[in-house]
Design a protein around this ligand. Structure first.
Ligand SMILES: *Cc1c(COP(=O)(O)O)cnc(C)c1O
Length: 487
C-alpha cells in the first residue's frame, strides 16, 4: 500500500478547517431564522458526504474507521477534525452543536462554541465542575461559588446536595439578585464562578446581567447563565457579558418532547482565575476533548438530530407562545379566584422593567409584522390560587387541555404544582427562599389557540364555586387496547 504519511492528513485537515471557518463566517451574515433552519449543514457536505440528504443525518455509530495508522494517529492526537468515538464527538452532535453556537451568539459580536450534553443537568454539571478544581499550590483550599437561590429545582439539588453537602464546595447564595452589592460581597479568592438563571424557573427571577457580568470580570471570574426559559430567541446572555450559557435543550428548543438534551455554549477566551489557557481559549472544545471525554455525559446522535429539527422554528414559536401567555396572564389577573399572577410581561411584575431591558424577540426589527424591536417574555408564568393547598390541587385536577406534567416549553400546554413536584425535595424553607407557596401553579402555554387554554382554566376554576365535574374513562382506547379498568 502506498503510504501517505501523517503530514498528508494534517494538511488535508487544515484545508477542511479553513473551509469550515469560511462557511461559518458566511452563515453568520444571515438572519436568525435562516441560521436556525440551516445551522452548519451545507449542500456541499450533503453531496460529498451524506448521499445528498437535505436533512442532517443521524449517525447511529459508536466510532469512525480510519484509512490507515497515520490518519488514526493524526486523529487521536486531535490534529485533524475527527469524531473517532461517540462519547467524544459524532457528526450528528456536530450539527447540533454548530447551530446552537450560532444562534446563541447571534449578533453578539462574540464567537462561541458549543458542546452537547445528554441533559440540562449534565450541561450545568459540565460547565460548573470544570471550575471546581483546587489550586495545586493551596492544599485544603475550600472552594466556593456564588449563585442566586431562585433556581430550577434540579439545579438547587445539584448545588445544595451534590456540591455543597457532599463535596464541601460552598454555595454562597444570593437572595436578592437585583442587589449588586450582595453578589460582590460574597466573592473572595476561593470563588470560582458566578451563576444565575434568566428568567428563573419557576419564580421568574431576573437580574441586571450586564452589571453582574461586570462584577464577575472585576474579580477575574466567569459568569454562567442558565437561559433555558428565555432561549436564544428572546435573550442572548453572551451579548450582555456572560461567559457561558447552559441550556436545558429539552425544553422549548426541543419542544416536541421526544427526549432529554442539553448544551453548554461558551464564548472564546472566557474569564477565569484558573491557570489553564486551553480551557479559557475555547471552553467547549476543552470540555469536549478532556473533562467530558473522561466523564461521559454526551448527547446521543438520535436526540441531537431530533432536537435540531425543532430548533429550526424556535423564534416563531417563542413569539406565538409569548403572545398567548400574555393573553392568559391578563385573563387570570382579573379573575376572582386568583390571588396573584406572576408573569414578567405584566407591568405590575416587580422585575418587569429589568426584563424589558433585556428580553426581545430576536430580529423583530426585521420582521414585516413588527418593524421594530419588540419585547417578548416567554411562555412561563405562574399563578396563586385564592384558597388552600387542597383547593389548588382540585383546580389543577380539572384541567383537560393543559397536561399535568413537570415539564416546560412543550408544544402542548403543561402545568405543575412546584411544591409537590419539582420543588418538593428542598423543603418548606428552601421553597420559602425561592418564593414557592403550595397554592402556586406553574403554567407553560403551548402552541394551542390561547382562547382554548383560557377556557380550560376558567372551567377548572369553577370548582372553587362548587362546580362538580365527573370524569368518564373509556373502556377501550380508540386504538383498540382495553383499558386497565377491565383487567
Ligand atoms: C429543566 C431545567 C433544567 C434541567 O434540564 P434537564 O434537561 O431536565 O436535565 C435546568 N434548568 C432549567 C431552568 C430547567 O428548566
Amino acid at each position: 500500500m502506498n503510504k501517505k504519511g501523517i503530514d498528508f492528513y494534517i494538511q488535508a485537515g487544515k484545508r477542511a478547517l479553513q473551509w469550515q471557518s469560511e462557511h461559518i463566517a458566511n452563515m453568520k451574515k444571515l438572519r436568525f431564522d435562516t441560521i436556525a433552519v440551516h445551522g452548519v449543514y451545507s449542500m456541499q457536505e450533503a453531496l460529498d458526504f451524506n448521499q445528498g440528504s437535505i436533512i442532517e443525518p443521524i449517525y447511529m455509530s459508536t466510532s469512525q474507521t480510519y484509512r490507515d495508522s497515520d490518519e488514526m494517529e493524526a486523529a487521536l492526537s486531535y490534529q485533524i477534525p475527527t469524531w473517532c468515538y461517540s462519547r467524544i464527538a459524532n457528526p450528528s452532535m456536530y450539527y447540533y452543536e454548530g447551530v446552537l453556537a450560532l444562534i446563541e451568539s447571534y449578533n453578539s459580536g462574540v464567537d462561541a462554541s458549543c458542546i452537547g450534553t445528554s441533559s440540562g443537568m449534565a450541561a450545568i454539571q459540565s460547565a460548573c465542575d470544570t471550575f471546581l478544581v483546587v489550586d495545586p499550590k493551596k492544599i485544603n483550599q475550600k472552594l466556593n461559588f456564588v449563585a442566586t437561590c431562585q433556581l430550577y429545582g434540579g439545579t438547587f439539588q445539584q448545588f445544595a446536595v451534590r456540591k455543597h453537602e457532599e463535596r464541601n464546595i460552598e454555595w454562597r447564595k444570593v437572595v436578592n439578585s437585583m442587589n449588586i452589592e450582595e453578589w460582590e460581597s460574597q466573592i473572595d479568592e476561593n470563588t470560582r464562578f458566578l451563576y444565575g438563571e434568566l428568567p428563573s424557573n419557576p419564580s421568574q427571577g431576573f437580574f441586571d446581567i450586564k452589571k453582574v457580568a461586570e462584577i464577575a470580570h472585576k474579580y477575574n471570574l466567569p459568569l454562567i447563565i442558565d437561559s433555558t426559559v428565555a432561549t436564544p430567541a428572546l435573550l442572548r446572555p453572551l451579548e450582555y457579558g456572560a461567559d457561558i450559557v447552559v441550556q436545558s435543550v429539552t425544553k422549548s428548543l426541543f419542544t416536541s418532547g421526544f427526549g432529554i438534551a442539553g448544551a453548554v455554549i461558551a464564548k472564546k477566551n472566557i474569564t477565569s482565575n484558573i491557570d489553564n489557557d486551553a480551557m479559557k481559549a475555547d471552553f467547549c472544545m476543552y470540555l469536549k476533548t478532556l473533562p467530558n471525554r473522561d466523564n461521559g455525559p454526551e448527547i446521543s446522535p438520535m436526540h441531537a438530530i431530533l432536537a435540531l429539527n425543532d430548533i429550526r422554528t424556535i423564534r416563531t414559536r417563542m413569539d406565538v407562545m409569548s403572545k398567548s401567555t400574555m393573553k392568559v396572564a391578563k385573563f387570570l389577573s382579573q379573575h376572582k379566584h386568583i390571588e396573584h399572577v406572576d408573569y414578567l410581561g405584566l407591568e405590575n411584575h416587580p422585575l418587569h422593567d429589568i426584563a424589558k431591558k433585556y428580553m426581545f424577540l430576536v430580529d423583530s426589527e426585521h420582521d414585516e409584522m413588527y418593524g421594530e424591536k419588540v419585547n417578548r417574555y416567554g411562555h412561563l408564568m405562574s399563578f396563586i390560587i385564592k384558597g388552600t393547598a387542597q383547593q389548588t390541587r382540585d383546580v389543577f385536577d380539572e384541567f383537560q387541555r393543559i397536561w399535568r406534567a413537570t415539564d416546560l416549553g412543550r408544544i402542548k400546554s403543561v402545568a405543575t404544582i412546584p411544591a409537590i413536584s419539582t420543588h418538593s425535595q428542598q423543603g418548606e424553607e428552601g421553597r420559602k427562599l425561592a418564593n414557592i407557596p403550595q397554592t402556586l401553579i406553574r403554567l407553560c402555554v403551548g402552541m394551542e389557540h390561547p382562547d382554548d387554554i383560557i377556557a380550560d382554566i376558567d372551567r377548572a376554576l369553577k370548582v372553587l364555586d362548587g362546580a362538580k365535574y365527573t370524569k368518564s374513562t373509556p373502556e377501550y382506547s380508540a386504538g383498540g387496547a382495553s383499558s386497565a379498568l377491565l383487567k
